[in-house]
Design a binder for this molecule. Sequence first.
Ligand code: ZN
Length: 555
Amino acid sequence: MNEPLRILPLGGLGEIGMNCLVLEYADEILIVDCGLMFSDLDHFGVEFAIPDFSWLRERKQKVSGFLITHGHEDHIGALPFALKAGIRAPIYASAFSAMLLKERLKDHGLESEADIRVFRDGDRLPFRHFSVEPVPVNHSIVDAFAMFIDTPHGKVIHTGDFKIDPTPFYGSQLEESRFRKAGDEGVLLLMSDSTNVERHQHTLSENRIYETFENLFAAAEGLTVIAMFASNVARIGQVLSLAERMGKKVAVTGRSMDQNLRLAQELGYCVDAPNVVIPVEEIGNHRRSDVVILSGGSQAELGSALQRMAHGEHRQVILQPKDRVLMSSRHIPGNEKIIGRMINRLFKQGAEVLYEAVHEIHSSGHASRPELKRMLEWTKPKFFLPIHGEYRHLVHHGKLGEEVGIPSDRICVVENGAVLELSDAGFACVEQLEEPRVLVEGRQGGDVSKLVLKDRRVLGERGVVFALLVRNEESRRIIAGPELVSKGFANETLAPHLMDEARKLVKKLINEYDRNLREGQPEPDFQETVRVELRRFFERNLGHKPTVMPMILDI
Ligand SMILES: [Zn+2]
């Protein structure tokens, strides 16, 4: 008990996405979730960000398990990279999360290397110093769990992503009694989802969406396209069940939509699929108003089914007036602009587009302020750590904690990389790790050696060199320069020396050019000479050629 309990959020605090939280006690580490982040990273060709695993790599012998709360990408997407970084431990996940995870690992050729252990409600996962009870919660994906983690210092609750839905399409409302019971017995620390702390209305029940869809289906005069996250199996299930009841046909387009429907059926969800699902090639055989299309691409992902429809390039689905597109998902922050452009294009194709801001066609998977307050009141934690949110969400959630009576010195509002220690002495940040994130290029991200930190290494390896010269327009003589400017083409210790040598080379070229001029020889293309000679020079000295851009200013 002398050892403190250490908590280190590697991702998810200060931003939405990349959720990953480390619990350490003595010689043991548990990792809750291991996700990636897509949004707002469309610079330098970076596809997504993952947590920086260096801290964990140094302690990999201690890692005894990954606990997966649910199967969203921002909770499982970085696991293949953790495995590649050499962090190997059993991965504990619910049945649907495990299925999605296996698909993800297959993409990376790692399916045989992961030790995935499926848990269900009622299981208890034993470790050396910890003991974990997964407790079901409501969320926008089936099979989502909170983690009740018994530690040598007391019980820690990690809510995962949750909301309190009195009428979910699959399963039942999360069991208040289990959270209350934990609260009565004593909760040392609550870590709770902060995403929707700024929303004051209770989150819309999935039931309400069902009613809205029913009305829209009944009034359809053309095709109905529903764009949503493929992982929202309950939403898919609702659409199929409504279609069955109303005599509609459903076609599915998009790779992950196909995949998730198949996985969901394997687990016994979406039982109406065999009766209503038709191949997308066959939609022409049915009355247009009787067809519903389930489509991926709600975030306007490049090449996605919905983007292709928006550009009139989808082979089977050509939109027409009276068709309707329902955007039944949240716009992930950072994607608003491209989604906006796609919506405009869909309108231009003649379709009407309905989205969350205007119609009740999406319900968030995250608890709003009143629900978060109930969670705090049920669990009555001694200490409180708001998680899963941008910084302002964490601050507001922290304030909510104070409102329900938690003293402010027992609430930690911190960002990724904060090493927190919890002991009898209190709860405090003892160290802050530097920016614990790694940017990844390319969908697969190659292997770990190809990960790029902050700046693109490619720029550092190839880079660009500008050579600036000033020439007298009449005499044609070079009167100033060369000024050489490089951007990330060689490492810092090598660059000054190389640039000096390059400058000498260009001066030599200028002298030759001057001599030719004086001797009345035909004027060569001096700009091209400088470009070719400099590239040769750098290739000799660096082994590769940077882009060289000579610029001669005639005055
Ligand atoms: Zn989630």
